[in-house]
Design a protein. Structure first.
Length: 251
């Protein structure tokens, strides 16, 4: 009888151990671990500190992690990645405050990310606030803000892009109708990617429903002026590859 009890205890311990290992996050899937693998140690430490600070302040930190990983995969210089993450975190915080003040409640993560991209592309904070007031409190701003960015990518001036989207919001147009505005314009260099992002986001968020707080939207949009590497492996850290970013552009 004691032998049976002993074997039953061993079997139970094995089951518990397997269950515990199954619940542990895989290092391959952990963005923090992956960032330490693809960035120089000192840069990775600083980038992860910015991401941790964003998470502690209720910002969509997952979007920053994905942004850094995406740029690393494209072979962007590590120092340029760090600057991009620092700048994007600051834009996220600014947009979070702008939208909260304009609408009286904390915006969803995808709205914060979309607004940060709009700021990166040159839209002023005052105009983001005005767009938020036009939309009202019960509608997600994620798709409208991403479409503003798509229109800018396609060569439309900022004021014209905002006016077109505001008119759609005032008429209570659906996200699908707003997305079609970017698709109807001829694509400029690199503009199609922004439109595709807006359509992909709208496919999961329509009609007008904001993602819940804590959910992450896109990885933050295509980096301005940062070319792809044609599918080639990223340059290993430490080889000193310089970023192919034209003057005045931010990744």
């Amino acid at each position: 009888m004691n032998l049976h009890i002993r074997w039953a205890s061993v079997a139970m311990m094995i089951v518990v151990a397997h269950a515990a290992r199954a619940q542990e996050p895989s290092s391959a899937a952990d963005p923090s671990a992956r960032l330490r693998q693809v960035l120089p140690a000192s840069v990775a430490t600083r980038v992860l500190a910015v991401i941790a600070n964003a998470r502690s302040r209720g910002l969509p930190a997952d979007g920053l992690e994905n942004r850094a990983l995406k740029f690393a995969a494209r072979g962007v210089d590590a120092n340029a990645i760090e600057r991009s993450i620092v700048d994007q975190e600051a834009r996220m915080e600014q947009v979070r405050d702008l939208l909260q003040n304009a609408r009286g409640h904390k915006p969803a993560d995808d709205e914060i990310e979309a607004g940060a991209e709009a700021l990166r592309k040159g839209v002023s904070g005052a105009k983001v606030s005005a767009l938020a007031r036009t939309a009202g409190d019960d509608r997600s701003l994620a798709v409208p803000l991403y479409v503003v960015g798509s229109l800018l990518d396609r060569g439309l001036p900022s004021d014209s892009a905002l006016r077109r989207v505001s008119e759609k919001l005032e008429s209570r147009a659906s996200d699908r109708d707003i997305e079609s505005m970017a698709a109807d314009l001829p694509a400029q260099s690199g503009g199609a990617r922004g439109a595709e992002m807006g359509r992909a986001l709208g496919a999961t968020k329509r009609p007008g429903g904001a993602a819940g707080n804590g959910q992450s939207g896109s990885a933050g949009g295509p980096p301005a002026g940062v070319p792809g590497n044609g599918g080639k492996p990223a340059t290993p850290p430490g080889l000193g590859k310089k970023p192919a970013v034209p003057p005045g552009k931010k990744p």
